[in-house]
Design a protein around this ligand. Structure first.
Ligand code: TRP
Length: 336
């Protein structure tokens, strides 16, 4: 049995929120404590070009995401932690994989199809309006990320499953054509990791603008938690935890015994205002130590940069020789 290699990327388009924390960052850091497996976590900054983001926002997001993982204690001696654009072998491999990717496969990508559909529904004459080639071939760049480090397991949200399957298809086709080169990856969809709801009760997501930033300052955190939508049940009336964003968030942070206590408080008719205060205190206590570290890192980007450079150096020890092997296999090689 070869050891499993876990790899996942985080696009640099936004500030990490508590949904990212419970869904990806916390499980990632926990998993990386298992020294019998290898872990790669990287900032997918080239992916952010698909939507033509504001350059300053990409820089800021890169800093915030890297500082978050560091502040929360990712062991960067064991896990590989790097920025995609520091690994020039990744865009090279992306182009190489273009030669093994059927255009029809890309036509079937959900994210591309969703953009076309919204153009059609919006009455646009051109169904491809506003769609860049970076958006269209996004799954190929993602395949390069995955295949480069021969990852076998790719922890992602449900919305990324198809992309991982595409990486697998592309790898299979390459191996068939040029000989065994790539490991075939599979998606790991966290069944136990919570998908949190946001302030308005919809899935917490930066595209809905309903997030609670993970390291919001204390005052802001409190204010945001006070804004979470509840129903109109009065204090003293029993409340249903299974239909409560406040409860879901509490549960995602707390130990089972504490969650059971809050469940009882719901049955006893806790007032929404009191529950909000309780949630705020819990989350704030939980986050506080890491938030102090986070704030120090944000004020000291050079330290974060140095960490990313160290990660890139380690990652390139793997990617550079592997890309040589790939180039050799496809006939891009020295003549003498
Ligand atoms: N596309 C992923 C997302 O939006 C991020 C990502 C980029 C990724 N490259 C990856 C995830 C490789 C897993 C593996 O969430």
């Amino acid at each position: 049995m070869t050891q499993d290699v876990y790899l996942t990327g985080i696009t640099t388009t936004g500030t990490p929120h508590i949904g990212n924390y419970v869904g990806a960052i916390r499980p990632g850091i926990e998993a990386s404590r298992d020294l019998s497996t290898q872990h790669f976590y990287f900032l997918a900054d080239y992916h952010s070009l698909a939507k033509n983001e504001d350059p300053d926002k990409i820089v800021q997001s890169t800093l915030e995401i890297a500082a978050s993982w560091m502040a929360l204690g990712l062991d960067t001696e064991h896990a590989y932690f790097y920025r995609q654009s520091d690994i020039p072998e990744i865009p090279e491999l992306t182009w190489i994989l273009h030669g093994m990717t059927a255009k029809g496969l890309m036509n079937r990508a959900h994210s591309y199809k969703a953009s076309v559909q919204s153009n059609v529904e919006g009455g646009n004459k051109d169904p491809d309006k506003g769609i860049t080639m970076a958006l269209y071939s996004y799954p190929i760049l993602m395949a390069a990320d995955i295949l480069m480090f021969r990852s076998s397991k790719v922890p992602v949200g449900q919305d990324q499953r198809q992309h991982v399957e595409m990486a697998r298809d592309i790898a299979q086709r390459f191996n068939h054509h040029y000989g065994e080169t790539f490991v075939l990856p599979e998606a790991v969809i966290g069944e136990n990791t919570a998908v949190l709801k946001g302030l308005d009760g919809r899935k917490m997501s930066k595209s809905y603008n309903n997030t609670i930033p993970l390291f919001a300052a204390e005052k802001r955190l409190r204010k945001l938690i006070m804004k979470i939508k509840t129903n109109s049940l009065e204090p003293g009336e029993p409340k249903d935890p299974s239909d409560s964003t406040l409860f879901d968030i509490y549960k995602a942070f707390a130990a089972p015994a504490e969650t059971a206590e809050v469940e009882q408080a719901y049955a006893d008719g806790i007032a929404w205002g009191e529950m909000k205060q309780r949630l705020f205190e819990y989350v704030n206590d939980h986050i506080k130590p890491a938030r102090d570290t986070y704030e120090r890192l944000i004020a000291d980007p050079a330290t974060v940069e140095a960490e990313l450079q160290k990660g890139a150096e380690r990652a390139r020890e793997l990617s550079a020789p592997f890309l040589d092997r790939v180039r050799n296999a496809i006939g891009i090689r020295s003549l003498g």
